[in-house]
Design a protein around this ligand. Structure first.
Ligand code: AMP
Length: 430
């Protein structure tokens, strides 16, 4: 037999069941962002290498050691895109900047980085990203972040944090870099090897280091937020106020710097503890100088990119959770036992579905017998009940039942005539 040719390391095939999550997320992303005024753009995978060098920055990890590059037959150096923003900005300058500078564009597609493959980190991965061009206003920052969190809500992804920071203006950041460098130089002996290297090349990235000894040193380091310019400070305050008004929860992370050079002012990341070591599943920020830097007019923009593999993993986990529902009836008497049994059996016959039309797996049991309420509740807890319904014979006579939501501990008395509809609604909702 001929020797098998294997897939390239870090470049997995996408097939079922993962592809299904991708398709669903893509469909929802398109619907969501198109209804907020975005339209799709598809840029080529290959670009002139100069595009990434100039935008992402020569000293960044991506440009320094992670890009896939090739010489075409004409001896021109091309790079496979390591991210989407630079290409979209290039296309924006060519197509829209002078004619219709206010644009909302989204993209979906594969990106390429020569990183060390591990769980959640690949050499070919996919991003879904959105960019808003031509308006420099904190309202846009807040709207975009609100859209991103609504999108996550819709996907039923709940266990995450939105971390935000302001990187200030380029000039104020350069000043801060000098101050930070001075501080780091005084503590060189305690820094890890990577930080010693980064310190002079890409000083801000030292703030990102996860090594515990470096973290200790960084605790007392001068904070970027104390050194950004006044205007950026005001802008950041307003972004926070607006996020509060929109009820978007966030945490300020003064050490969030992002790995790319082009950000200014608002920068953010979405992080989830459900992902293991590669916990960031989206990132973005404002990049006011980039359009000009790439030869376009002096216009501003903001955007983000979700990593599809990590988003799909969170989506799958949440779906597994929300497709299963455990329900326990606790009758406290003969008449109520009969009532609970009937209600449980009629619920089991229902074809319950979630918002995507997928069947909900209902596990419903009734705790018959004359054991105490306490012992029945204990079993309900062991059963990992989402909802518990408690019915005594007296309540049955007065036509009410106690409905308990176990995740919040909330409980309420519900009319027996309403309980079936309420349960069906609750069980189908995510
Ligand atoms: P970045 O462009 O580095 O800010 O990345 C944005 C998002 O893309 C991250 O939050 C990840 O979810 C995803 N991402 C970046 N690099 C990789 C990779 N090598 N493998 C998988 N996902 C990635």
């Amino acid at each position: 037999m001929a020797e098998k040719i294997r897939a390239v390391k870090g470049m997995p095939d996408l097939s079922n069941p993962e592809i299904q999550s991708f398709q669903e997320i893509e469909q929802i992303a398109r619907r969501f962002f198109e209804s907020a005024g975005f339209s799709e753009i598809r840029t080529p995978i290959l670009e002139d290498i100069a595009l990434f060098k100039r935008s992402i920055g020569d000293a960044t990890d991506i440009v320094e050691k992670e890009m896939y590059t090739l010489l075409d037959r004409n001896e021109k150096t091309l790079a496979m895109r390591p991210e989407g923003t630079a290409s979209v900005v290039r296309a924006y300058i060519e197509r829209y900047a002078s004619r219709e500078p206010e644009q909302r564009l989204y993209y979906l597609g594969p990106m390429f980085r020569y990183e060390r493959p591990q769980k959640g980190r690949f050499r070919q991965f996919h991003q879904f990203g959105a960019e808003i061009f031509g308006v420099d206003d904190p309202y846009i920052d807040a709207e975009l972040l609100n859209l991103a969190t609504d999108f996550l809500d819709y996907l039923n992804i709940g266990n995450y944090r939105l971390e935000i920071n302001s990187l200030g203006s380029k000039a104020s950041r350069q000043e801060y870099v000098k101050i930070l460098l001075k501080y780091l130089s005084e503590h060189q002996s305690q820094l890890c090897e990577k930080c010693l290297d980064r310190m002079f090349k890409n000083t801000l990235r030292v703030l990102d280091c996860k090594v515990s000894t470096c973290q200790e040193i960084l605790k007392a380091a001068p904070s970027l937020l104390d050194h950004i310019d006044k205007e950026s400070q005001k802008d950041f305050e307003q972004v926070q106020n607006l996020l509060n008004k929109l009820q978007v929860s966030f945490q300020i992370n003064p050490r969030l710097v992002r790995g790319l050079d082009y950000y200014e002012r608002t920068a953010f990341e979405f992080v989830s503890d459900d992902l293991g070591a590669q916990s960031a599943f989206a990132g973005g920020g404002r990049y006011n100088g980039l359009i000009k830097e790439l030869g376009g007019p002096d216009l501003s923009a903001i955007g983000f990119a979700f990593g599809m593999e990590r988003l799909a993993s969170l989506y799958k986990q949440s779906k597994e959770k929300f497709l299963k529902r455990n329900l326990v009836f606790i009758p406290l008497g003969d008449a109520s036992s009969e009532y609970c049994m009937q209600l449980m059996c009629s619920l089991r016959k229902q074809k319950l579905k979630n918002q995507f039309g997928e069947p909900i797996q209902l596990r419903a049991v009734t705790e018959y017998g004359d054991r105490s309420l306490k012992s029945k509740m204990k079993r309900a807890n062991r059963f990992e009940a989402d909802f518990v319904l408690i019915l005594g014979d007296d309540e049955l006579k007065s036509g009410t039942i106690l409905f308990k939501e176990m995740s919040s501990g909330d409980q309420s008395e519900v009319l027996l005539s309403d309980i079936s509809a309420l349960l069906i609604d609750k069980l189908q909702k995510i």
